[in-house]
Design a binder for this molecule. Sequence first.
Ligand code: FMN
Length: 388
Amino acid sequence: MRYLTAGESHGPRLTAIIEGVPAGLPLTAEDINKDLKRRQGGYGRGGRMKIESDQVEITAGVRHGKTTGAPITLNVTNKDHQKWLEIMAVEDIEDRLKTKRKITHPRPGHADLVGGMKYRFDDLRNSLERSSARETTMRVAVGAVAKRILAELDIEIANHVVVFGGKEIDVPDGLTVDQIKELAQQSEISVVNQDREQEIKDYIDQIKKEGDTIGGVVETIVGGVPAGLGSFVQWDTKLDAKLAQAVVSINAFKGVEFGVGFQAGYRKGSEVMDEILWNEEEGYTRRTNNLGGFEGGMTNGQPVVVRGVMKPIPTLYKPLMSVDIETHEPYKATVERSDPTALPAAGVVMESVVATVMAQEILDKFSSDNLEELKAAVAAHRDYVKHF
Ligand SMILES: Cc1cc2nc3c(=O)[nH]c(=O)nc-3n(C[C@H](O)[C@H](O)[C@H](O)COP(=O)(O)O)c2cc1C
């Protein structure tokens, strides 16, 4: 399964084409819309999120409620585009209109300046429009399709925020993927510990008043994963490495860890490796899951636990200093739009890209022209590894 996304932040619409989804998968626009809505929610977001209630239109690859195996095309209209008709026009326009919303004061922490240098733009809006996190709408849409495939195979995925602007959320031990999903989705800030909810919301309000922003750490967990996805035979076949790339490809994500992650650098081997057990009902299991479900670039049958760190949103309402690219004089950076944090929304994006990579790997490994064929192949593999 492969996909591409296209579309600008204020252009007419965003598009994704996905190829390689098995035929016979039940799929509706609603399956995708519910995740698009989650991406637009979360405490601390305002403005455009209220204008844009995103709705997907499926224009290819699905017939009578089921995929046909043909490429699937997904479209989301940017309702806001109506206010940007001239600024984002495809056709050339009069020069005097071109300076409307022209950007010459690049925002630190964004693609504005370097994108301008690379593509030789005199209007940095060309960098802004495509590098904007608005693109993650389509990654969530693609992820929703991937999650439909995973759900058919009894693979569940959830995300929750574990650090909010330096404040660590203590997570109760022993929560299942379903419990994490339910608790995080009930919370406006995607945390599983409701006792911390008000304190964090107050902190977000305070940051907003200060005209500042915060980032944090999101954890995504995938349960029901069969052992043996990914491979050790080549650097680019390792599944943990593919997941790392997908997570760092999300706007503002700066690092990834699996299981205990960077803590492994502070512990002894006996405190990191997961001892191997076997029982008739489950087959191979582990005493712990410190390695987050990966050994040798392959899933080991334990839940995949991956964390991503998001930097604070770079646009500040108390703007940072920048330089005018026409005069080289110091200026305050352009403020396009901002929120104190987008961490809960970013968690939905992370869950979506992780689901997409997991589904891609499954479709690569197993026979998958049709959903029933895929289900039979995965079931046979699960049975084999259990009695290995
Ligand atoms: C869900 C989500 C929403 C975001 N919203 C904003 C925003 O409103 N304003 C902003 O300046 N950056 C926002 N960002 C971050 C920027 O898109 C990102 O920092 C920028 O494109 C530069 O990319 P880099 O941080 O990966 O280098 C958001 C990121 C995500 C994941």
